[in-house]
Write a protein that binds this ligand. Structure first.
Ligand SMILES: [Fe+2]
Length: 230
């Protein structure tokens, strides 16, 4: 298995997992249909003809904005929680509920989320509403539900312990920290999701922003989340 990180802007990542000649995209980056930001350009190290599955960790612009472009180019099916449909149909999304001081600082430093210009709605081909085995799709892992940051958040857990967590764990300002989501729609669910990721055997967390993070970093972040809302 090979993991390729695709950087979109200074601190936003999405990922390609290559296994036995097949590629799974995990997220598709920001809205890409603008000069110099095509999927082909930013994914120049990846054979797009081998992409057989696209997993969206949640329906936020910086994670799923490139989905129309990615699906058009690759023809791969889209796996996501049905809660992503609003974004995929309209480009509208909600992400502004700060969980703590860091979240408030983040909130104060970002612009209001304008809806993304969706060229046309993108269908979810494989809706995920429960833990889903990825082996039938050719990848040695599973998808688990990890709500909290958003209610449609899912994570990919590889059998080897590499986890792709979207914004469930992140470094919001690119300053080398590791924290659980600082913007959260359900704090209790976020704690349960953190426990679930650790119980699933997380060894390394690949995030939408910053990282990757070691298990020790995630454990410390989880302790801070659970006991101090940190
Ligand atoms: Fe997000």
């Amino acid at each position: 298995m090979e993991i390729k990180t695709v950087s979109v802007g200074p601190i936003t990542n999405f990922y390609a997992v290559v296994e036995n000649g097949k590629t799974m995209l995990i997220d598709t980056g920001c809205y890409l249909n603008q000069p110099g930001w095509t999927l082909k350009t930013i994914m120049s190290g990846i054979d797009l003809s081998t992409v057989s599955l696209i997993v969206l960790t949640h329906g936020h612009m910086d994670h799923a904005g490139g989905i129309h472009h990615a699906k058009t180019i690759t023809g791969a099916p889209v796996m996501a929680h049905p809660g992503c449909e609003t974004f995929l149909n309209s480009g509208k999304f909600t992400w502004y509920i700060p969980r703590n001081e860091l979240g408030q600082a983040f909130y104060d430093n970002i612009a209001a989320p304008a809806p993304v210009d969706v060229p046309e709605p993108v269908a979810i081909d494989i809706p995920v509403t429960e833990e889903t085995d990825l082996h039938p799709y050719g990848f040695s892992g599973k998808v688990i539900l990890t709500p909290g940051h958003t209610l449609d958040a899912i994570s990919v857990v590889m059998d080897s312990g590499e986890c792709f967590v979207g914004d469930t764990v992140l470094d919001p300002f690119g300053e080398g920290i590791c924290t659980f989501a600082v913007l959260s729609l359900d704090n209790e669910a976020l704690k349960e999701s953190g426990q679930k990721l650790l119980d699933a055997g997380l060894k390394c967390a690949y995030s939408g922003h910053g990282g990757p993070f070691t298990r020790a970093q995630v454990e410390e972040a989880f302790f801070n989340l659970k006991d101090h809302n940190g």
